[in-house]
Design a protein. Structure first.
Length: 359
């Protein structure tokens, strides 16, 4: 089986790490990096740390409007697909790279396998929602992380092509947790200085357009951190680095520790040792859940309904009082409740592609 895998963004590198290792045991994979994330600590660091095979193609496409980026990617990916003639296109999640690759492959009648299919926020102002829906509707094999994803696909008439395999992010969490650095972890601050991770801290990630395009929302989120009983470690995504730095300085938010983006192993360590987690990331919500950490999600919509149980993950507006109040709520953990699979999603993903070769 020959598979072209297209990745472009941080969460896709993590999923590709576990699936690629499995896939390459028996099959040929051609890895394409669109270039959507390009800074060292958003891209190459993941390839190095997680032993992801070097991309066969790096398309170097990033920036511009959503349509500009998606259009350029489609043209470049089409060339790769025409040259490589794969049995499958494999894509993950919901980025512009996912959609561009899926559309290019669909027009060439190449079978598409979509991992993390069926995730829905029911918010069309969330740019990734469009990517998810369109990709699911042109894909031939929909591999789903959780039961709610299967329900969503059934509502859209796609049940015949959907299979529950579990979440490769959970596979990665289990596989790489053993390797996390826990002692003397040094953070590279945005000022360039180095600092140790405090003993007690909250972990914040926040980069969605909805929370970072204006000062108002991000300032409320940072003010919430300033009100907490311990500092907050906040690795800042390149897209909102300047704003976060300026707001912290202007408003003297000394309890917010702004750092460069950290690698995946450092991020796992931050999750596992944090007091609690504040985020707008789909991936971090799930990792908080895997690690049993209370999470407050600053979004208007639910991404992973399975995490919103027993006070384990609560939505909040970008409002300092609401965030701090919700962080205080107790959670209850039922250790037998594991809706993200058994940690072997990667194997099932490869098996499903093998089985569906002739369909
Ligand atoms: N992450 C990381 N370094 C950071 C912040 C996050 O490695 O500085 C990891 C995090 O642990 C999770 C993933 O990146 O595994 C989430 O990616 P992101 O928030 O970019 O995407 P989303 O989950 O929102 O699609």
């Amino acid at each position: 089986m020959k598979v072209v895998t297209v990745v472009g963004a941080r969460p896709q590198f993590i999923k590709a790490a576990v699936v690629s290792h499995e896939l390459r045991k028996k099959h040929t994979e051609v890895l394409v990096h669109t270039g959507q994330h390009f800074d060292y600590n958003m891209s190459q660091q993941f390839f190095d740390e997680l032993d992801i095979p070097a991309p066969d193609y790096n398309l170097g496409i990033s920036g511009g409007t959503h349509s500009q980026m998606t259009g350029k990617m489609m043209m470049a990916i089409e060339e790769v697909l025409l040259k490589e003639k794969p049995d499958w296109l494999l894509v993950y999640g919901d980025t512009n790279s996912t959609l561009a690759a899926a559309l290019a492959a669909a027009k060439l009648h190449i079978k598409i396998c979509h991992v993390e299919a069926g995730a829905r926020t029911h918010s069309m102002t969330n740019p990734e929602e469009i990517n998810r829906i369109c990709t699911d509707h042109v894909a031939s094999l929909l591999l789903v992380s959780t039961g709610s994803g299967c329900d969503e696909l059934a509502k859209e008439g796609l049940q015949d092509r959907s299979y529950l395999v579990g979440d490769p992010m959970f596979d990665a969490f289990r596989e790489y947790s053993g390797r996390v650095k826990t002692e003397d972890m040094q953070l590279q601050l945005l000022s360039g200085a180095l600092a140790s991770v405090p003993e007690r801290y909250y972990y914040l990630t926040c980069h969605r357009e909805e929370n970072t395009n204006d000062d108002k929302e991000l300032l409320e989120i940072l003010r919430a951190c300033e009100m907490l009983d311990a500092p907050t470690v906040y690795p800042v995504h390149p897209r909102n680095k300047q704003r976060a730095k300026r707001l912290r300085n202007e408003h003297k938010l000394d309890k917010v520790i702004l750092t460069e983006p950290v690698g995946y192993l450092e991020s796992l360590s931050l999750v596992r040792n944090a007091l609690k987690i504040i985020t707008d990331s789909g991936g971090l919500q799930r990792e908080a859940f895997f690690a049993g950490k209370k999470c407050v999600t600053i979004l208007d919509f639910v991404c992973w309904p399975e995490t919103m149980i027993d006070g384990r993950n609560e939505l909040s507006h970008a409002d300092a009082d609401e965030i701090t109040e919700k962080l205080k709520h107790e959670q209850r953990i039922d250790v037998n409740y594991q809706p993200f699979g058994d940690g072997y999603a990667s194997e099932k993903i490869v098996e499903m592609m093998e089985k569906q070769m002739e369909v």
